[in-house]
Design a binder for this molecule. Structure first.
Ligand code: X90
Length: 276
């Protein structure tokens, strides 16, 4: 069976990075300009436009048509989306899946709600791929990957929560003190798929130490780690070093956030997806 992988653009992955993989882009709206979060997006141009824009900015989830184009002509589709608790993305994907199934009763679509975003979605896609490489049945892959997603987690460190608060994705109370100079909010994606603050740390070093502690508390034992950052490669590498001091052989990869995660994580923010 020819299986295709799909994800929305909050996974920070480019279409050319995987075989038979398509992305449904979210958009970032800054005044009159809409930045589609696809391979053509220049993230620093977008961040620059945001910084100099006085009015409101916002984001929009992919439309049903974006998902249908991503599905293409595949016989079977395995997908993953950003948390349905904070975005309509899962909803439009599920609508597209229904339409696709009605138009082609012989085809199959499975969409997993990550209850998370970014690098945790990356791990989920890698799991799909691993099962496909082993030649497993579609239904087996769906079940195994759903179970796998219960063992993966997401932590983050943010220097500003301003776009999350302005767009109603997090309560203003959670954001108190973040945004002050040098304070980072360390938090995680909770079980319900919302943002849960863990602590406010002064300085990046403390934030990184707290992140590792939180990883260990939640059962990290040297499994895979995926880190994505907005303009903060030094912090991503510093975290990688901290992890390697305890687990020298862990499989760790770092990448940049694309448009959607950059909009919400803002400059300096980084996300960590890992296996427990
Ligand atoms: O317009 C839309 O439908 C997109 C809304 C997305 C809102 C949340 C984006 C979060 C991006 C920020 C830090 C991680 C928070 C994780 C919470 C589950 C990344």
């Amino acid at each position: 069976m020819n299986i295709k992988l799909v994800a929305d653009s909050s996974a920070n992955l480019n279409e050319c990075e995987k075989i038979n993989f398509s992305v449904a882009p979210l958009s970032v709206v800054v005044g009159e300009r809409a930045f589609r979060d696809d391979a053509q997006l220049d993230v620093s141009d977008m961040l620059h436009a945001m910084k100099h824009h006085k009015g409101k900015t916002s984001t929009a989830c992919p439309g049903v048509q974006d998902w249908l184009s991503a599905f293409g002509e595949a016989e079977a589709v395995l997908g993953v989306t950003i948390t349905s608790a904070l975005s309509g993305t899962y909803n439009t994907a599920a609508m597209a899946a229904r339409e696709y199934g009605e138009a082609h009763p012989d085809r199959k679509v499975f969409i997993l709600d990550s209850l998370s975003t970014g690098p945790e979605m990356e791990l989920i896609l890698e799991k799909y791929q691993e099962c496909m490489d082993r030649g497993e049945e579609f239904e087996t892959i769906c079940k195994k990957t759903q179970r796998y997603a219960d063992r993966t987690q997401l932590l983050f460190s943010l220097e500003s929560l301003s776009n999350l608060v302005k767009n109603g994705r997090v309560s203003p109370a959670a954001a108190v003190a973040a945004g002050l100079l040098g304070i980072r909010l360390v938090g995680r994606a909770g079980k319900e798929g919302t943002l849960e603050p863990l602590c406010k740390c002064r300085g990046e070093k403390r934030a990184i130490r707290r992140l590792l502690e939180a990883m260990l508390e939640s059962g990290y034992q040297g499994g895979k780690v995926r880190i994505s950052h907005t303009d903060n490669e030094p912090a991503a590498h510093a975290l990688e070093e901290e992890i390697r001091q305890r687990f020298p052989d862990s499989d760790i990869a770092i990448r940049s956030n694309t448009g959607l995660c950059s909009y919400y994580a803002e400059r300096g923010g980084f996300l960590v997806g890992y296996e427990t």
